[in-house]
Design a protein around this ligand. Structure first.
Ligand code: NAP
Length: 251
């Protein structure tokens, strides 16, 4: 086991499928107790929890729309009541809309901001005071390379992820002295249902412009999340780690 997360309590938003599920499964494998949040995918969240329990791990599923502050607070309360104080928060829940500038409207803009930005803020605010009071906490936000470069076909999404990068940077500095570390991961193309928004020609193009010539796997994102949650990354604060097969390079 590369990390020992026994006795740690983790909340993974949007943990019912895709990257969030891979993160939740890996945290359990390293010994953590995990709260898998979902919004609508109850069956898949329950299935994930059952599989974890059958394998001897500890997990619960909690429904909450993270874009609603009251629900985000109740999510953290449920996790704390059933598992204990939250040590790790992984803000993974997010939506992705592909649309040209003349195809998206105010509604799509606000929906994207509510889930991808407000959701990260609400969940972080629901855990941060407890983490500060206990003198320990780790928050990892799932951003995207879309937040680091221009995405003319996904303006709202790219803006929301740039906000997550900025939030991570500032909150990271604000909480570091209290031993609450905040970092982010910015994945490139990862093999999850989010890719359903692309046709094969678009996927082939994206693979072609990736120096590694492949799509990433959710488990690879989980590896980086675990590293950022662990004490091995203790001097890493407010950073966004890029996993894109070389597609995007920070200066
Ligand atoms: P996914 O398979 O579409 O999963 C999205 C997850 O977010 C689901 O578990 C979904 O739960 C949850 N979710 C959506 N709206 C929610 C809400 N209002 N409240 C709570 N949960 C909500 O996507 P993914 O590819 O795993 O993406 C996970 C994260 O990685 C996202 O933030 C995404 O932007 C980011 N990312 C993905 C890629 C990629 O290529 N896949 C690249 C860069 C960044 P329900 O099904 O219950 O709604």
């Amino acid at each position: 086991m590369p990390y020992d997360f026994s006795n740690k309590v983790a909340v993974v938003t949007g943990g019912s499928r895709g990257i969030g599920l891979a993160v939740a499964q890996q945290l359990v494998a390293y010994g953590a107790k995990v709260c898998i949040n979902y919004n609508v995918s109850q069956e898949r969240a329950d299935q994930a929890v059952n599989q974890i329990r059958e394998a001897g791990g500890e997990a619960i599923a909690v429904q909450a729309d993270v874009s609603e502050q009251r629900q985000a607070r109740e999510l953290i309360q449920q996790a704390e009541q059933q598992l204990g104080p939250v040590d790790f928060l992984v803000n993974n829940a997010g939506i992705f809309d592909v649309a040209a500038h003349d195809e998206f409207d105010e509604q799509m803009w606000h929906r994207t901001m509510k889930i991808n930005v407000d959701g990260v803020f609400y969940c972080s605010w629901a855990v941060k005071d407890g983490m500060v009071a206990r003198g320990y906490g780790r928050i990892v936000n799932i951003a995207s390379i879309a937040g680091l470069e221009a995405k003319p076909y996904a303006i709202a999404y790219a803006t929301s992820k740039a906000a997550v990068v900025g939030f991570t940077r500032s909150l990271g500095q604000a909480l570091a002295a209290d031993n609450v570390r905040v970092n982010a991961v910015a994945p490139g193309l990862i093999d999850t249902e989010i890719l359903d928004g692309f046709d094969q020609t678009q996927k082939d193009h994206l693979i072609n412009i990736t120096p590694s010539k492949r799509i990433g796997q959710a488990g690879e994102v989980a590896n980086m999340v675990s590293f950022l949650l662990s004490d091995e990354s203790d001097f890493t604060v407010g950073q966004t780690m890029v996993l894109s097969g070389g597609r995007v390079n920070l200066p």
